[in-house]
Design a binder for this molecule. Structure first.
Ligand SMILES: [Fe+2]
Length: 283
């Protein structure tokens, strides 16, 4: 299979052409895709038409699936797939997370072993807005002054799912309260703010929207610190803005890319499904 890899920006992202994910991807093509994923952090495959089974099968070649804690938003019969959706069921209840990711973050960074990668497939998208931006955190780290690299290298942050869930629920008014079981399943984790990518050995900034604080700082100071670091890491020179088309599949590396979803006019339908892969404890 002849595969073409075209970088989308200098910092992050590449488009992959010549792959039909509804068919078997041979080992040689898979190796090229895996290499491109490590080199670019975010891969875009346009024009795909895949079933839930094909999505899960392709994703599963990269690692073990993580089942999302918000179990009411999983695709019935396919718990590997989380729905990001504006659609409602016959009772008028949301079938997916409607306002997912409207803050810079790395998926599941709140786990003791945060996610390795997420694979998001778009079935219906609004004609305008609803973009997803990606920031290359290796490039952002490389852009830090040396004294700042040294300072950040000594710091650790607390990541907490419930902290962010409640903030977004208050902001957009679209989220149900977490159950006690869901809260119990997602205790805070502490991770270094500079981590080393376990496969490329590159250093990168690991922080984002699930950070509820910085160890050794009070709450306000920690929040301001994270905010300032996020602003630095997401400057345009480190970012690729993805404008979705139906049939796009985007596979990103949560270890070295953060992402941000923009909102859109609620009169439009937006329906995507995502697999999430287990990762390693950051170091
Ligand atoms: Fe996300």
């Amino acid at each position: 299979m002849a595969i073409k890899v075209t970088p989308l920006t200098d910092a992050v992202g590449a488009e992959i052409e010549g792959v039909d994910l509804s068919r078997h991807v041979d080992d040689d093509a898979f190796a090229q895709i895996h290499r491109a994923h490590l080199d670019h952090g975010v891969l875009l495959f346009r024009g795909q038409d895949i079933t839930p089974e094909q999505h899960i099968a392709f994703s599963g070649r990269f690692g073990e699936h993580e089942i999302h804690v918000m179990s009411q938003f999983l695709l019935p019969g396919h718990p590997e797939l989380l729905l990001i959706s504006s659609l409602k069921n016959e009772k008028g209840e949301a079938i997916g997370i409607e306002d997912a990711g409207r803050y810079w973050h790395s998926d599941l960074s709140y786990n003791e072993r945060p996610s390795m990668g997420s694979m998001l497939y778009a079935m219906e998208v609004p004609p305008e807005r609803g973009d997803t931006s990606f920031a290359g955190m290796c490039a952002a780290y490389d852009g830090l002054p040396e004294n700042r690299k040294a300072e950040l290298g000594k710091l650790r942050a607390t990541h907490h799912f419930g902290y962010r869930w409640n903030k977004e629920a208050a902001k957009w008014g679209l989220r149900p309260a977490m159950t006690q079981a869901q809260l119990d399943q997602t205790p805070p984790s502490v991770h270094p703010m500079i981590r080393t990518h376990p496969e490329t050995n590159r250093k990168l900034i690991f922080a984002g929207g699930f950070c509820s604080g910085v160890i050794g700082m009070d709450e306000k100071e920690g929040e301001a610190f994270i905010e300032e670091l996020t602003a630095f890491s997401t400057q345009p020179e480190f970012v690729y803005v993805h404008k979705w088309r139906a049939g796009d599949l985007v596979f990103w590396d949560n270890r070295c890319a953060m992402h941000l979803a923009s909102d859109y006019d609620p009169k439009y339908r937006r329906h995507l499904r995502r697999t999430t892969l287990k990762g390693e404890k950051p170091y």
